[in-house]
Design a protein around this ligand. Sequence first.
Ligand code: ADP
Ligand code: MG
Length: 629
Amino acid sequence: MTTETQQTETHEFQAEIRQLLDIVIHSLYTNREIFVRELISNSADALEKVRYQQLTHPDMPDKDAPLEIKIALDQDARTFTITDTGVGMTREELGENLGTIARSGTKAFMSQLAEAAKKDVNLIGQFGVGFYSSFMAADKVTVRTRSFHPDATGWRWESEGKGSYVVAEDAEAPRGTSITLHLREDAAEFAEADTVKDVIRRFSAFVPFPVLVGDERVNTVQAIWKRSKGELSEDDYKEFYQFHANTGEDPYYTLHFTADVPLEINALLYVPQDTLERMGFGQTKPGVDLYCRNVMIMKSPEDLLPEWMRFVKGVIESEDLPLNISRETLQDNGLVKRLRKVIVGKFLRFLGEQADNDAEKYKTFYDKFGMFLHEGVRGDFAHRDDLAKLLRFESSKSEPGVRTSLTEYLSRMKDGQERIYFLTGPSREAIENGPYFEAFRERDVEVLYTRDAYEDYTLSQLAAFEEKPLISGDSDDLQLPGDAPERGGEALSDEQAGELCGWIKELLGEQVRDVKVSKRLVESPAAATSAGFGMTNAMQKLMATLNRDKAMGGMPMMVHLEINPRHSLVRRIASLKGENEGLAKDLAHALYDTAMLAAGLVSEPQEMVKRLNGLLEKAAGVEKSRIIM
Ligand code: ADP
Ligand code: MG
């Protein structure tokens, strides 16, 4: 809604912004000093942009204005004013940036934000609501701004942080942005120089532009990534991380390196403590900035590093890059490709060293970021083999809760074993008690335990490690080394077994691709093995779930039913089919049902429940039994 009185326009905030302001004002009352950091960081962003624009727009307004941030305080008027000579904003940009939430402002976002705000006020920076934090300390905020575009005029924006804001032309505004906070009575301390300087020293020491409070410069400009490792302390790295990632947390891993060949590179990379993505907050945005000759040429570009590295934060600087490189050409630029290769290689080696040197610490990292390494193995062909070395799995030879690597698995392989085996399941116990594990237990062959269909997918994409094929333990064709000891008493003859298989196949029809005599089963009567084009059962199940809306009734599962010719139940079915065909059929159906259940492949249990109930009624000798033919 817009009302025009001369040149002043009143606008309603987007509903989500009103909600946001409500959260900001009411639930973020503690720690409100972070507004200082948020405003300085916005000014620094605007200055980075203008420094970059200066390269191509030598005639921008106020072209000689020094690139700096000035904070002016007035205790009598109780105001805090921050002024920068950055890119400023046009009328449209003002409306977009300080009136709406770009990221579609959904309800879900707001409730996530409310949740996050309850947990940790530092999270709001990550949600990109920085500017609105000024309403934590102010009951009125005035913005004067003018874009660097030569024909742009200036604007004045003002709001009390309730329902609306006003905008009016302000032709006198110099290039850049000036934001005045009319402080609440209980926030008067932010008009005192000592308080403000203290906050800046704590949170904004690394801003790469001068920050002045009155006439005093409070920060010292330093491109920490260009200094030598020897002169930097852990605290220096930590402080820079906190500034760069806009967080109060310590970094989990820090990697600082310099290279001269084949490219000149200074890089400082951090792994955070955790990732919001893991907790369901949507996909993490990349967090590594690209610098060249002291100019940030791109803030957190998408294609600088492989997508799976999006959890990494930090800075990369290379003197060799052209300043005019664009986001569009980043992916294909030859220099960037080489840069990427060096950096990803370093990072992977670094993680490998961390895993070797402090396995405990690596384990916690893997708990939180393992999903990104898996994603990398699946999608980043160039680094697949090195990434695979970083994967960890529990296994039948590891203690519960302890993970092993593929390399360690290889070192323990049995004589004659040519393949690496894995099995998925909701827990160790579930895997070890399932039918697929029997063959491995009997032969004492190690099995890696994957945690879900996505991990199965990782290993089937990887296909082989050090030339040893990776095979799911529920696949059709295991090629296990050695023979299993024959146990479990007498077996059906080959002929009897073959005949039974044919009879069951006819009974089950298209539900199974084939029915076979099992060489793997020991205790279980039957198992459903995956016959689905290299997919594991878990992957089939996942695909069926994902495709549910598309294909009516879902896709049929591609399985082979293997039957155990030594199992007494199987032998009984073979003999019953001549005497009491109805019961034999019920039992054969039940064999299939329980095998599918153990495989986790039952998506529509109604039919199965009916059949099993019929069988139970029979077993209980209840009169009116429903026999499914
Ligand atoms: P974020 O910084 O995460 O984008 P903010 O709420 O802090 O979110 O700022 C919203 C947007 O407003 C910024 O992205 C920027 O476009 C604009 N903005 C804020 N402060 C300034 C400033 N001092 N100069 C120019 N633009 C600014
Ligand atoms: Mg911001």
